[in-house]
Design a protein around this ligand. Structure first.
Ligand SMILES: Cc1cc2nc3c(=O)[nH]c(=O)nc-3n(C[C@H](O)[C@H](O)[C@H](O)COP(=O)(O)OP(=O)(O)OC[C@H]3O[C@@H](n4cnc5c(N)ncnc54)[C@H](O)[C@@H]3O)c2cc1C
Length: 387
């Protein structure tokens, strides 16, 4: 990556962080890159095989402690997300949803029994988890969710539906958020529970190397010990989103870096008008501006990572600054790189359009750009503009 590291930002990482990055980069290069264009085109990714490999490397629930999790630093986890997303955002999403959404929810809000039951298998990649918050009619506004949980004797009964749920079609356990009399509650739902179905969402034009599903809950009866006992109110699922957004801040820069790497290579080898297109000032201006945003985005991710490692957590608006900026700049870089590749830019032979298309999902999930603007706006003004 040396030509892209104009500021020697690598020197800001310690040896352990560089080692972890190298290991993840190698597995992405060997195991993902050679196949991902086909997975994307056919919409079929060997998620279970990948999960087992990532589990062996300690990438699942990497930043959590105990229960077979690696207990890595926030920066190391971020670097892993960056390397995975440099290969494909869908593959990074698999790791984010497993570790930062499904596992984190159980780790943070589950009972000891739930943690023992699910987390070691999820850390090993033997069990797949998903996280169901979004619904067909309630995305940015989960407070108005329609899914209901009602008590029936000692049991709970869930009715409703969840939409756009990563990994849902192949998950073994689904963390489901529902409204009960006492407010929003969460459950660790075994996906073989009667009344639980998950169908694959077809016709995606983005994140095609990731499985995305629609969940239907029809009278799903669960014992009380399936409820996450420590989760009280909407702030529980929102705290899980804060976790996952942290990985996206890094991951988006990985996708952007990969685009810029390819565009730079292309610009120095592709000739028009008798010389490399990288020799034209207009192309150089594009490359220079993109390298600025890439490095600023990396510095922002690293700053947030160091802050989190020292303070233990980040405030939601800090995460919003990172997600809003880095995904917005990453998608701008991907689209600009596509122009440098000309006609080849629209081909799956190159990763650029795949990254650009993937980043459309990344821009939307875990809070759209508009929602992050509102979070930051509210912090700046003290005024709530959400509704
Ligand atoms: C590939 C993919 C994977 C996903 N994985 C998961 C998952 O694993 N789990 C999960 O729970 N969800 C998941 N999601 C869902 C995702 O989080 C939602 O799509 C997202 O929160 C937006 O919700 P929505 O699609 O309903 O859009 P809407 O909320 O309907 O928003 C539509 C538009 O209106 C804008 N808007 C909404 N409210 C306001 C406002 N107050 N002010 C200004 N503008 C506003 C939005 O910014 C957006 O531009 C996934 C989505 C995708 C595409």
């Amino acid at each position: 990556m040396a030509p892209l590291d104009l500021l020697d930002l690598d020197t800001l990482l310690n040896d352990e962080e560089r080692d972890i990055r190298e290991v993840v980069r190698r597995v992405a290069d060997d195991r993902v890159r050679p196949h991902v264009a086909d997975w994307y085109e056919t919409g079929s990714t060997p998620v279970r095989d990948l999960a087992l490999e990532f589990g062996k490397l300690g990438l699942l629930g990497m930043h959590l402690t105990g229960y077979g999790c690696a207990g890595a630093s926030a920066v190391s986890y971020g670097l892993a997300c960056m390397e995975l997303e440099a290969a494909d955002s869908g593959v990074r999403s698999l790791v984010s949803v497993q570790g930062s959404l499904a596992m984190y929810a159980i780790w943070k809000y589950g009972s000891e029994e739930q943690k023992q039951r699910w987390l070691p298998g999820m850390a090993a990649g033997e069990l797949i988890g998903c996280f169901g918050l979004t619904e067909p009619d309630h995305g940015s506004d989960p407070a108005n969710m329609s899914t209901r949980a009602r008590r029936d004797g000692g049991d709970w009964v869930l009715d409703g539906g969840k939409m756009w749920i990563t990994n849902a079609p192949l998950a073994d356990v689904a963390v489901i958020w529902a409204r009960a009399e006492e407010g929003v509650v969460g459950f660790a739902v075994p996906t073989d529970s009667p009344g639980f179905t998950a169908r694959e969402i077809k016709h995606k034009m983005s994140l095609r190397a990731s499985s995305t599903g629609e969940i239907t809950l029809e009278g799903v009866r669960l014992p009380d010990d399936a409820r996450l006992p420590q989760a009280r109110g909407l702030k529980a699922p929102l705290s899980c989103l804060t976790e996952a957004r942290f990985g996206i801040i890094w991951g988006a820069m990985g996708a952007a870096r990969d685009c810029l790497r390819v565009a730079l290579d292309y610009a120095t080898t592709r000739e028009q008008f008798g010389r490399p297109i990288g020799g034209f000032q207009l192309t150089q201006a594009k490359l220079a501006d993109m390298s600025l945003e890439l490095q600023k985005g990396f510095l922002l991710a690293l700053h947030l990572g160091r802050l989190r490692d020292s303070a233990g957590s980040l405030r939601p608006e800090q995460v919003s600054v990172g997600k809003l900026n880095n995904v917005r700049e990453a998608i701008a870089i991907a689209r600009q790189c596509r122009t440098i590749l000309g006609g080849n830019g629209i081909s799956g032979e190159y990763p650029v359009m795949r990254h650009a298309n993937n980043l459309e999902s990344v821009l939307t999930y875990e809070g759209t750009s508009e929602i992050h603007q509102l979070v930051i706006g509210q912090k700046l003004t003290g005024l709530n503009a959400f509704a």
